[in-house]
Design a protein around this ligand. Structure first.
Ligand code: PLP
Ligand code: COI
Length: 338
């Protein structure tokens, strides 16, 4: 390793790495795309990405295996979800193969930034599409940029695999038939203030309820929610304003096929948290973060423990990470070697 990085101390923060990928869409097609050194983008002051939030992004990771290889986890799913986001806000789609190729090129070009096996750290890839070019009215941009950069990262929530507490927000992150299921920047701009309030109250982040009735759990900050019932069912909420988490759908499969659990996507009522013996947040950045407790209307509901990880959460974590780091046999097609 030629980079002077303390891998074990990494958090979830930006660091400039060597090369990033850029492709431009113009006159109805994407160009070849290339790796560039410059981490600044020059764009028209009238770009739709700047004024009307016409942009979306993705997040996936590259993992170093025990034998030193590098692999991606389900990048085709990120490509498909990015295209779904693009359709929702009228941006051009990216061929899945081109998306994956761009990710591979970026990882190869920054290989020295892929953390060593055993450090727990990973290389986070951030693909994004932005509307650019001269434009004034509220309409789709004349040109687009698709870029992928990468950053070595550690845990997203400070606790890592230790439980952290969350508080229920009075704010909504997305409207019922709005853009909650798309990974568009506006959803995240709206979450900054509720996040700040949660942190000021001493919580890791806030949990959003369904915007229509404020009775059902939707998202845990920038991660999906799951709960384990007392009879060992894996439960996760369903709603059109939740981002369909690739980690969540992977866990549903692993819970069923690897751990023999029953799995259900259904309403999770904030007034019925007692039904769960364990709970967690899941996502690419969050991985699996055990939820110690949830504060709602002045009461803290503690699940397994505020200090220790529950046994089912631990098993799910070991299975998921085992696959991602190449120690556990993966379902077919989940792993792409770099
Ligand atoms: N929910 C939100 C709002 C997110 O931003 C993310 C992150 O991508 C997730 C859930 C988890 O999704 P995934 O597992 O695909 O990373
Ligand atoms: C991810 O998990 O990849 C995310 O995008 C979450 C957050 C950093 C926005």
């Amino acid at each position: 390793m030629s980079k002077n990085i303390d891998w074990g101390k990494l958090g979830f923060g930006y660091m400039k790495t060597d090369l990033r990928y850029v492709s431009r869409w113009k006159d109805g097609k994407w160009d070849e795309g290339q790796l560039v050194e410059d981490n600044n983008i020059t764009l028209s002051e009238s770009s739709t990405a700047l004024h009307y939030g016409q942009q979306c992004f993705e997040g996936l990771k590259a993992y170093r295996t025990k034998d030193g290889k590098i692999q991606l986890f389900r990048p085709d799913e990120n490509a498909k979800r990015m295209n779904a986001s693009c359709r929702r806000i009228m941006m051009p789609e990216m061929p899945i193969e081109k998306f994956i190729d761009a990710c591979i090129q970026v990882v190869k070009a920054n290989e020295d930034y892929v953390p060593p096996y055993g450090t727990g750290a990973t290389l986070y890839l951030r693909p994004f599409v932005i509307g650019v070019g001269d434009n004034l009215g509220v309409k789709p941009a004349p040109e687009y940029l698709f870029c992928v950069f990468c950053v070595p990262v550690g845990p997203y929530f400070k606790g890592g695999m230790n439980p952290v507490n969350f508080t229920i927000s009075e704010y909504d992150r997305a409207a019922p038939y709005g853009t909650g299921a798309a990974k568009v920047g506006g959803n995240y701009a709206g979450s900054l203030y509720p996040h700040k309030l949660a942190v000021e109250k001493g919580y890791a982040d806030c949990i959003y309820l369904d915007p229509m009735t404020h009775t059902r759990i939707e998202e845990v900050g920038a991660a999906n929610f799951f709960g384990i019932t007392k009879d060992d069912k894996f439960i996760t909420p369903v709603s059109p304003s939740i981002l369909p988490s690739i980690t969540k759908y992977s866990l549903m499969y692993l819970a069923k096929e690897y751990l023999g659990m029953e799995v259900e996507e259904r309403d999770v009522l904030v007034n019925n948290l007692d039904e769960f013996k364990e709970a967690g947040a899941c996502g690419t950045a969050a991985v699996i973060t055990p939820i110690g407790g949830i504060e709602y209307k002045g009461n803290l509901h503690v699940f397994h423990s505020e200090k220790e990880v529950g046994p089912v959460t631990k098993k799910l974590y070991d299975t998921l990470c085992g696959i991602q780091f190449g120690d556990v046999e993966s379902p077919e097609g989940w792993i792409v070697e770099v």
